[in-house]
Design a protein around this ligand. Structure first.
Ligand SMILES: CC(C)(COP(=O)(O)OP(=O)(O)OC[C@H]1O[C@@H](n2cnc3c(N)ncnc32)[C@H](O)[C@@H]1OP(=O)(O)O)[C@@H](O)C(=O)NCCC(=O)NCCS
Length: 150
């Protein structure tokens, strides 16, 4: 199942994002960020109650939100958890009245299978000026912008 994250999930989230962050697959997040934005996060959990992955939906601007911090435990990859997490975020976006969801990613194929389409980053100026300018990769970011219009 997919559920909202709780305080008790923060160390799990931090550990998983740090692991993939060290490999350069996504941007790791400091603990302070995870606490501050904990309401953005969703947790995937199997029938035994074991956590398998995490994802966050961040509201950016009028009718624009971002799926970010998507990560599934490597040993649980390919079981559909990543898909379920993104679908839960998209459903959350719709519930909140948002019709455009984007992701910055090195896995464009994964997102295109879910209906996202590649766009120029210039299509997302609010993201660039709010977050990207503070990122260590700016302005040479090689992540691919993928957008889903609902
Ligand atoms: C990207 C990531 C989240 C995908 O998670 P996942 O749980 O493996 O995703 P899914 O299982 O839903 O889909 C993965 C593949 O398995 C296949 N698959 C889906 N359900 C499946 C199932 N039940 N059984 C077997 N294969 C399945 C899908 O076809 C998919 O193939 P594709 O990626 O080539 O399209 C995961 O690999 C990850 O954490 N990567 C490192 C961090 C990262 O890159 N995050 C994204 C940054 S935005």
């Amino acid at each position: 199942m997919i559920r909202k994250a709780r305080q008790q999930d923060v160390r799990f989230i931090h550990g998983l994002l740090s692991r993939y962050g060290a490999e350069g697959q996504l941007l790791a997040r400091p603990l302070t960020d995870i606490y501050e934005f904990l309401r953005d996060f969703m947790i995937a959990e199997d029938k035994e109650g074991e956590r398998t992955g995490v994802c966050a939906l961040h509201l950016v601007w009028e009718d624009l939100c971002e799926v970010r911090s998507l990560a599934v435990l490597p040993e649980r990859g390919g079981e559909g958890w990543g898909t379920k997490l993104v679908e839960a975020c998209v459903s959350d976006a719709l519930t909140l009245g948002f019709n455009q969801v984007f992701a910055l990613t090195y896995r464009p194929g994964f997102f295109s299978r879910l209906g996202f389409q590649e766009v120029e980053k210039q299509r997302l100026p609010q993201k660039i000026w709010a977050d990207c300018v503070k990122c260590v990769k700016f302005p040479d970011c090689d992540e691919i912008a993928m957008l889903l219009e609902l």
